[in-house]
Every structure is written in C-alpha cells, then in structure tokens.
Design a protein around this ligand. Structure first.
Ligand SMILES: Cc1cc2nc3c(=O)[nH]c(=O)nc-3n(C[C@H](O)[C@H](O)[C@H](O)COP(=O)(O)OP(=O)(O)OC[C@H]3O[C@@H](n4cnc5c(N)ncnc54)[C@H](O)[C@@H]3O)c2cc1C
Length: 480
C-alpha cells in the first residue's frame, strides 16, 4: 500500500518530507535483540541464547561474520578463548582454514606486496592463517541455528523505538525492513553489533563521529579524516612463482616499473596506486594511507589472494553517517578494483590467467561513531593501567599504535559496554565506548570483537535472569 505524504518547507534549504505514522506488524518479542551479526553481534546472540534467553538477531546480509565474512577479511587468529576459539576450531574441522608458509610462498616474508609480512625479515619463516569467508559464514549460520537464535537475514535495521523516562531512555523495539516490508521486533535488552554504533545513535545515545585526528597529531589541510575503510576482493589463479621470479630478476620488488608503464599508457586511474600521505612514516604510512603497490595476502587455497582496496585518505569519507560518502566509496572502489584486476592481468607476470572472483559485500568501516559510554576507555587508561572494579577481562597487554607503538597492560571496564542516556542497551565490537586512538587497530580486531560480544551476551542474560537492566547488573569479576 502506498503511503501518502506531504512535503513541507523547513528553515534549512533542503526539502523535508513528513512521513506519516504507520502501523507495522510485531513479528517477534525476544528477551534480547541483537542488531548486526558481525563478530560482536554473533557472539552476543550465541551466548545469550546458550544462557536460555530468546534471541532475535538482525543482519543486513545473508550470514553472520561482518567484515570477516561478508567483507571477505577472513583473518584466522589463534583462539583467544571462549567463542573465538570455538569458531577457529569449527572452521578448521570443516576444512575452511588455509595456512600458507614460506614453503608455499618462498620470498613472501619481507615482500613489499604482502599486507601482513612486508615488514618481516626477508627469508624469515611465517605462517599466515585465513578462513574461507563463505564457508565460515555457513558455519556461523549453523551455530546460531543450533542454539535457537531467530536470525533475520537480508534484514536492515531502520530505527529504534524509544520511551523517554525520568532518567535514561528505554528502548522497546526496533523497526526493520526486509522482504516482508517494515516490521517491529520487541525486546527487553538490546545489543549493538552494527560495527558503527548505528543502533546506539538511533536510540539517542551520544557519540563522537569518526575522524579524531592522527596518532602524531598531524592533520592534512586542517581536516580531521576518519581512518579509511576498505573494500576487499580476491583473485584466483595467481602463479606465485612467476610473480616472485619477476620481482627478483627484474629488480622490481614493488612493481614500480610496471605501475609506471601502465600509468603512462593510462591503464591505471589516478588514485589507484597513490603515494602514501605523510611520506610513508608511522601507522598511516604503513598500510592504510595510500597504496603505492599491490597490497595482498594469501587466502582460501594456493593461487588465491585477497587484495586491499582502501578508501583514499584524502577523501575524508564518513561512510557510516553519509549515504553520499558510502555510495561514493562503493562506486569508486569498484572502479579501482576493475582497473587493478585488468592491470594485473595485462602487465604483471603470474597474473595472466588469474581472475577477479569476489568483491566484499560492503566497504568495511574502520573509524565510525564512538559512543560516549558510562566509561570512555582512553589512551590514559591504557598508559596508567587503571584497575577497574568492573573489569571484564584480566589485564591484557597490547601494542598501542596511536601511542608510539608502546605496549601497555590494561583492563577494560564493563561500563564501556553501556552507552550514556539509553538504559537497556549494550555495545559490542567496534561500536564500544573507546576513544578512536584506542579502538583503532588495538581493540578492533576479530578476536577481541568476538570476546566483547560474548561478554555482552553474558551480561544481557544475567540481567534478564535477575530482572534488572544492564546498568543495574553488577559486574563482579573478569570473564576472560
Ligand atoms: C577493511 C578492514 C580490514 C580489517 N582487517 C582486519 C584484520 O586483518 N584482522 C582483524 O582482526 N581485524 C581486522 N579488521 C577489524 C575487524 O574486522 C572489525 O573491527 C570487526 O569486524 C568489528 O566487528 P563488529 O562485530 O563490531 O562489526 P562488523 O564486523 O562491522 O559487523 C557489523 C555487522 O552488522 C551488520 N549491520 C550493520 N548495520 C546494519 C543495519 N542497519 N541493519 C542490519 N545489519 C547491520 C553488518 O552487515 C555486519 O554484518 C578490519 C576491518 C576493516 C574495515
């Protein structure tokens, strides 16, 4: 049925449309509603269901796993415990984990084309484990089915229904859109697994937008740019021996000569192999700012490589908050991938018979919204090694890239899972209340995001059992 609507002029110059109130069917009432099925949302849904809750999980694509499956990332880290270890074991048992080493790829350590091993000592031994994103996604679907999670795939979260109260707001339902039209799902506790804190933002929680500046305080042209997101893609049928022979015998390790030749022939668009901003120093010079070379890593099977196509830093895109930015990223990165695949086949030995086989279902976002939680975890917390009475893990030690690559031993409080102003919402993964310089790279990897989901699912289930909201649930001891 078409909706009648009237346009009204508003003070700003952009037209606005009044969307009439609509009645939508309530398709489920659950104890716990999880929005987004990435590593965080997936683990939250699984854990809450295992602890006896009825759980709805909403995912815009056709499988859980987020950046790591739908985004093709597939990095298989050693298990860190709990659901993460279980995932790694189940993927391996199904034959979905592929490990490449110096025996398969001699000359890969120290190779400037390698995303992960480029800084290794040339000739060093290495092990690069990856899981097959599609196979892993199938396994994750089954794991949710086994514990009775009601998963809504191909379903987009649209908005949050919120009741205002004297203190914090209370979410009562989410509005989703799928093949059945617009629908509502009611819940007692909600969990944000969107990777961009979209649920928290729509529910009215305060947040800071991505793009806080650079680790050394540098800004280009006075603009604070988000750490760029990226679209990953794969090529199969690569003859590695030919590639390495060319790199070594032509003394062209970074394919500089071939890139120059293709650029002169106008076979490479401006921006594909762009110079690194900041001259290649520091974190942003390492990997995320500019691609002067091909940036790739073995995945799935011999001859298959995943290739990074990051958003050019200078575009300063906020893909989580601007449809125009997101569309631009998808459109232009696809154009880069098309050009890069054709360049590789035409110019680079070893790629003649290779094929572009997959492009991620979305451009992953590295630096989206950062919600303001009951505690915002900052670099000062890491430096001071602050002890929190509500620590969710035993002290962890990680390298903080945004603090001159220093190592800190620190704890994370449960309050970083609790956004301000909304009472019955828990945060997970990349949506947690961390300042941008602590969440990016340090706390934003697959193992940690899975752990945060497991913790949020546990807290939600305990709170439901006690008949309290997540903010009244008293966190007593580390989970991991
Ligand atoms: C390009 C890139 C490369 C990376 N490389 C690595 C790496 O090598 N190793 C590593 O450990 N980590 C890596 N990371 C980091 C890691 O992948 C992420 O931090 C992690 O996936 C975050 O987990 P998450 O569950 O919070 O969110 P995500 O993985 O982003 O998952 C969010 C999920 O929510 C869904 N969703 C979002 N909005 C909606 C909506 N409105 N309606 C319905 N569903 C929605 C999405 O479809 C997605 O499935 C990388 C990240 C990016 C972007």
């Amino acid at each position: 049925m078409a909706v009648t609507a009237k346009t009204t002029s508003v003070e700003s110059s952009s037209a606005m449309l009044e969307f009439p109130a609509r009645r939508v069917p309530v398709v489920m009432e659950a104890d716990v509603v999880v929005v987004g099925g990435g590593p965080g949302g997936f683990a939250a849904a699984l854990q809450a269901a295992r602890m006896g809750c009825s759980v709805a999980m909403i995912e815009r694509f056709d499988m859980p796993g987020g950046v790591h499956t739908s985004g093709l990332q597939g990095a298989a880290n050693e298990g860190v415990g709990g659901i993460h270890t279980e995932l790694m074991e189940r993927f391996a048992a199904k034959g979905y984990v592929y490990v490449a080493s110096e025996k398969d790829l001699p000359g890969w350590a120290g190779n400037p084309l390698s995303h992960y091993e480029r800084n290794h000592k040339p000739g060093a031994s290495f092990k690069r484990a990856s899981f097959n994103p599609e196979g892993a996604g199938c396994e994750m679907v089954q794991m949710l089915d086994e514990v009775g999670v009601t998963a809504f795939y191909q379903t987009s979260f649209v908005d949050a229904v919120v009741e205002d109260g004297a203190g914090d707001k209370k979410m009562t339902a989410v509005i989703v859109q799928n093949a059945g039209g617009m629908q509502a799902i009611r819940g007692k506790i909600f969990i944000d697994g969107t990777g961009t804190a979209e649920l928290a933002a729509r529910a009215g929680a305060p947040y800071v937008s991505g793009g806080g500046g650079q680790p050394d305080g540098t800004e280009w042209d006075g603009v604070k740019r988000p750490i760029p997101g990226g679209l990953l893609w794969t090529m199969t049928g690569v003859q590695y021996e030919k590639l390495i022979r060319y790199q070594q015998t032509s003394n062209d390790p970074a394919l500089t000569a071939l890139i120059a030749e293709a650029s002169a022939a106008k076979d490479i668009p401006a921006g594909l192999y762009r110079p690194r901003m900041g001259g290649g120093a520091g974190v942003y010079g390492e990997a995320y700012v500019g691609h002067p070379t091909l940036d790739m890593s073995p995945i799935n099977a011999p001859g298959t490589f995943i290739i990074w196509q990051n958003v050019p830093y200078e575009w300063a895109l906020h893909m989580d908050e601007s449809a125009a930015d997101e569309t631009r990223a998808r459109r232009e990165l696809r154009a880069f991938i098309d050009a890069e695949a054709r360049f590789l086949k035409k110019y680079v030995p070893g790629f003649e018979a290779a094929e572009l086989t997959d492009i991620g279902r979305f451009v992953g976002i590295r630096d989206g919204r950062h919600p303001i939680g009951e505690h915002v975890f900052t670099i000062e917390d890491a430096r001071a090694g602050t002890h929190f009475r509500d620590a969710v893990t035993k002290p962890m030690t990680k390298t903080f890239y945004w603090d001159g690559y220093r190592k800190h031993t620190f704890e994370v409080p449960y309050r970083s899972f609790l956004p301000k102003k909304v009472g019955n919402l828990l945060l997970t993964g990349a949506s947690m209340s961390f300042s941008y310089e602590t969440i990016f790279m340090v706390m934003r990897n697959f193992p940690w995001c899975t752990q945060t989901g497991e913790i949020a699912g546990y807290a939600a289930a305990r709170a439901i059992k006690q008949g309290v909201g997540p903010k009244d649930y008293e966190w007593k001891e580390p989970y991991f």
